[in-house]
Design a protein around this ligand. Structure first.
Ligand code: NAP
Length: 290
C-alpha cells in the first residue's frame, strides 16, 4: 500500500488523516503545532517535526491547511517539502484556495516532476469524521485515478473536474452557494424574529417544506442556542468568498449575492467572530439593530 504523508491537522485534517490510517495506509503527519499530532500517533501514525521529513517518508503527500500563506510556508519555507519532490511522488492540495493560486503553484512545482493534484472537499467536520466528503479533483485524469484509493479513504466520492485548478474552481462555486444560503438562513431568522416569530416556529416551517436540507438541519442547535461552536469557521467562509470575488473579477462572472454575503462575513470577522461557525453571520444582523 502507498505510504501517505499528511500536513495540517486542523478541524478537517485530524478526521481525514484518521480515516487514512483506518484504511490501512502507513501514515506520517506534520502539524505546525506539534501537540495536535498526539491523537494521530496514538492511532498509529508517525509524527515528524518538519514538512520536509513528511515528503521524504511519503509517496503521496497531502496538504490540508488554512490557505495560500500556509501552503507556501510548508512547501517553500524553511525545512519545507519542495526539495524532496520527485516524479515518483504525488502532492495533493486539499485546502480551499483560488484556481489562480492553484495554477501558479502547479507552475512552480513543474520542475520537480511531481504529480500535482488539487482536490478540495465539499463537506464539513461531520462528513470528514464519517469519511463521507465529496472530493473535487483537478489534474491529469490518470494521476487522479492513481490516488483514488487514498482519496476514497476520506470521502464517499471523487468528482473529476478537469485540469489542474478546476478542483479549486468547483470548490469556489459550491462555496459561493454555501455562503449565500447561510447568509439567507440567518437573514430569515433575524427578519422573522423582528416580526414576532419564534426561532422554533421558523425552523419547523423550514424543515417541513422544499427548502429542507442537511445544511439547514446541521445549524439547528447553533441557532436555537446561539452557540456558534465552529463546524466551518466564519473566517474560512470569508476567505473563500474573497477568492470567489477575485475569480469573478478574472472571469467576468456576475455575482451580486456572493458579493453582498462577503461583506457580512467580513464584518463578522472584524467583530472577532472569525473562529466561530459561519452561521454566526446571524450575529452581524443582530448587532446592526442593537
Ligand atoms: P483549521 O482547523 O483552521 O486548521 C488549519 C491548519 O493549517 C492547522 O493545521 C494549522 O496549524 C495550519 N496552518 C495555518 N497556518 C499555517 C502556517 N503558516 N504554516 C503551517 N501550518 C499552518 O482549518 P480547517 O477547518 O481544518 O480547514 C482546512 C482547509 O479546509 C481550509 O482551506 C478550509 O477552508 C477548508 N475546508 C474546511 C472545512 C470545514 O468545515 N472546517 C470544510 C471544507 C473545506 P496549527 O494547528 O499550528 O494552527
Amino acid at each position: 500500500m502507498k505510504k501517505v504523508g499528511f500536513i495540517g491537522l486542523g478541524i478537517m485534517g485530524i478526521p481525514m488523516s484518521l480515516n487514512i490510517l483506518k484504511k490501512g495506509f502507513e501514515l506520517t503527519v506534520y502539524n505546525r503545532t506539534f501537540a495536535k499530532t498526539i491523537g494521530l500517533t496514538q492511532a498509529g501514525a508517525k509524527a515528524v517535526k518538519t514538512p520536509l521529513e513528511v515528503a521524504q517518508e511519503s509517496e503521496v503527500i497531502i496538504t490540508m491547511l488554512t490557505g495560500p500563506e500556509a501552503i507556501d510556508q510548508v512547501i517553500f519555507g524553511k525545512e519545507g517539502l519542495f526539495s524532496a519532490l520527485t516524479d515518483q511522488k504525488y502532492l495533493i492540495n486539499m485546502s480551499s484556495v483560488s484556481p489562480t493560486y492553484t495554477k501558479e503553484l502547479a507552475q512552480k512545482l513543474e520542475p520537480t516532476g511531481v504529480k500535482f493534484i488539487d482536490a478540495p472537499v465539499s463537506g464539513s467536520k461531520k462528513p470528514a469524521e464519517d469519511g463521507q466528503l465529496v472530493i473535487l479533483a483537478g489534474g491529469k485524469e490518470e494521476e487522479v485515478k492513481g490516488v483514488e484509493d487514498v482519496l476514497l479513504a476520506m470521502g464517499k466520492k471523487v468528482v473529476y473536474c478537469g485540469p489542474v485548478g478546476q478542483g479549486s474552481m468547483m470548490k469556489m462555486a459550491i462555496n459561493l452557494l454555501l455562503g449565500v444560503m447561510m447568509a439567507g438562513m440567518a437573514e430569515m431568522i433575524h427578519f422573522g424574529q423582528k416580526g414576532g416569530l419564534s426561532k422554533e416556529t421558523m425552523l419547523e416551517v423550514l424543515y417541513s417544506g422544499a427548502l429542507n436540507c442537511l445544511l439547514f438541519q446541521l445549524k439547528k442547535d447553533l441557532f436555537l442556542e446561539e452557540n456558534f461552536t465552529p463546524q466551518f469557521p466564519l473566517k474560512h467562509m470569508s476567505k473563500d468568498l474573497r477568492f470567489v470575488f477575485q475569480t469573478a473579477q478574472e472571469t467576468g462572472a456576475v455575482i451580486p449575492e456572493a458579493t453582498t454575503a462577503l461583506q457580512f462575513f467580513r464584518i463578522g470577522e472584524e467583530n472577532g467572530w472569525g473562529d466561530e461557525d459561519f452561521a454566526a453571520v446571524y450575529k452581524v444582523l443582530q448587532k446592526m439593530i442593537s
